[in-house]
Design a protein around this ligand. Structure first.
Ligand code: ADP
Length: 514
């Protein structure tokens, strides 16, 4: 990389590359005796179960093993599905109020234990502690929200076209839901699905990501303390090797009625194909490739703050992270200058447990390799590195600012999932929209403008499921989360999220006036 950087660039690289040594990182290790919610067995039918083998969970910052977790296989997955199916019989008959009260208790317990839960996230996922605490607040908010929504699942009475008939629409739970979740929000991606499922009257089997099973198991411990009945919430952690076999059970067993998945588009397609044979209901929250557009009329300081928030959260590892920065030529120099200064001033790499850290490691070395591959591809095609561009210790990657970026580069064609800001210059609104909408995915999109008619036009024309206007972070339990195109199917959170776990049954009551 250094061969392609001008001397000025190299000087800037040093500014954003604070020393990060293995010795520094080793100061941080998870004190198991001070982790009261650390659980390492699967949770099936209200019992903690061991599997024939275990798999290691590593701290991505240090590579140190923090726990060994039961490596559940297809047998445990099947037991969990059977338990969930059995529990569904009684759970679906519980009243909405009863389910609401239990979800609320679970929420209260998460709030009570938020420090312990956040610490697990930081150690298994690498997130800075401040962000982990933010994730727990966000994660718990879905239990709170759906504890409220549980009591607002109304059916309909529809005027009948025939005199002696009445038409009723009943909303009923789908059944057992298989919940497959990623590592980047190890807690919130579970509650966003499970809150809705349990509120609707469904029971669930959760398969957490192999990198981050501890947050899922801690949720199981709190579910039990909250009094969620046995079999309603099951967790089957497993290694990468066992994942396909466990996935096969969760996506093909006839007792499963619903699959809800968050993860890559490639894996989502595999699961969709498996779901097809038994025609299961599916929700898919897949990859994004978010455009971040700065128009000439934008407030540049707000745009920079929005870019920092939407790009560098979780070191760029969220599916709604801005991935392609499109900046209009009239504001380009100011935006790039100020963004570089903000990166120098605000970003600090380190272990997530260090309160000064804003940027943790990427989840593993494959993730770091991908970012570096995108950087070297871009440089080989004419991009210039203004900040960062290197891998530091392990899977730490420097926050990187690339300019002179064009749409033929890898970084503008595929999701990065890392701390890379590729900036493309554009001249007209049409040109920016054409680039933004050229992706085959459409999850989030962001733009900054002070021109009201432009705001309306662009918000309507962007092909995404969520759009942030003069705002870099948009998620909340109250708003629907989801994408268009290959970013997925369905919506999570909001008043719509619970519909994903409900069927509408039409009941026709006839011959009323013989
Ligand atoms: P990543 O590339 O970040 O690991 P994935 O989409 O592959 O993203 O992973 C998201 C979740 O999907 C994880 O829980 C992972 O274990 C799971 N997963 C991956 N492949 C399968 C599969 N064949 N069946 C079921 N789950 C899978």
């Amino acid at each position: 990389m250094s061969a392609v950087c001008a001397p000025r660039t190299r000087r800037l690289l040093r500014l954003v590359a604070p020393r990060l040594t293995a010795a520094m990182l080793r100061n941080y290790s998870l004190d198991v005796s001070a982790a009261p919610l650390l659980r390492t067995q699967g949770y099936v039918d209200g019992r903690w179960v061991s599997a024939a083998s275990v798999f290691p969970v590593l701290d991505p910052a240090t590579g140190q093993e923090i726990a060994r977790v039961s490596d559940c296989g297809p047998a445990e997955a099947k037991q969990a599905v059977d338990a969930a199916y059995k529990a569904f019989e009684s759970w679906k008959r519980s009243t909405a109020k009863e389910r609401s009260v239990l979800l609320r208790k679970w929420f209260d317990l998460m709030t009570l234990h938020k420090e312990d839960l956040a610490k697990l996230i930081t150690f298994e996922c690498g997130k800075p502690m401040k962000e982990s605490l933010g994730e727990i607040t966000y994660s718990a908010s879905f239990l709170e929200w759906f504890s409220e929504e549980a009591r607002r699942v109304y059916g309909d009475i529809v005027p009948s076209p025939v005199r002696d008939r009445k038409i009723f629409l009943l909303k009923q739970p789908v059944g057992v839901a298989s919940i497959i979740t990623p590592w980047n929000f190890p807690s919130a991606m579970i509650t966003r699905k499970v809150g809705a499922a349990l509120a609707a009257g469904c029971t669930v089997v959760v398969k957490p990501a192999e990198d981050t099973p501890l947050s899922a198991l801690a949720l199981a411990e709190l579910a039990e303390q909250a009094g969620i009945p046995a079999g309603v919430f099951n967790v089957v952690p497993c290694s990468r090797e066992k994942t396909p076999a466990v996935g096969q059970v969760l996506c093909t067993d006839p007792l499963v009625g619903k699959i809800s998945f968050t993860g890559s588009t490639a894996t989502g397609k595999v699961l969709l194909k498996m779901a097809a044979d038994t025609v299961k209901k599916v929700s898919m929250e897949l990859g994004g490739h978010a455009p971040f557009i700065v128009f000439d009329s934008a407030d540049v300081d707000r745009a920079v703050a929005g870019a920092m928030a939407s790009k560098f959260r979780n070191s760029g590892q969220t599916c709604v992270c801005s991935n392609r920065f499109l900046v209009q030529s009239g504001i380009y120099e100011r935006f790039v200058d100020k963004l570089g200064q903000a990166m120098d001033a605000e970003l600090r790499l380190g272990h997530g447990s260090d309160p000064q850290t804003t940027q943790g490691p990427l989840i593993n070395s494959r993730a770091a390799d991908k970012v570096l591959q995108q950087v070297s591809d871009a440089v080989s095609r004419g991009a210039t590195v203004l900040r960062g561009g290197k891998r530091l210790h392990g899977s730490f990657v420097e926050p990187t600012l690339l300019v002179d970026v064009s749409t033929d580069m890898l970084c503008t064609r595929e999701e990065t999932f890392g701390p890379l800001v590729p900036v493309i210059r554009f001249e007209t609104e049409q040109e920016a929209l054409a680039v933004a909408n050229s992706a085959n995915v459409g999850l989030a999109g962001y733009f900054f403008s002070q021109d009201v008619s432009q705001i309306w036009r662009v918000a309507e024309d962007l092909e995404v499921g969520m759009v942030g206007v003069n705002e870099g972070i948009v998620s909340s339990a109250e708003a629907p989360f989801g994408g268009v195109k290959e970013s997925g199917l369905g919506r999570e959170g909001s008043k719509y999220g619970i519909d994903e776990y409900l069927e509408v049954k039409y009941m026709c009551l006839g011959n009323l006036n013989p």
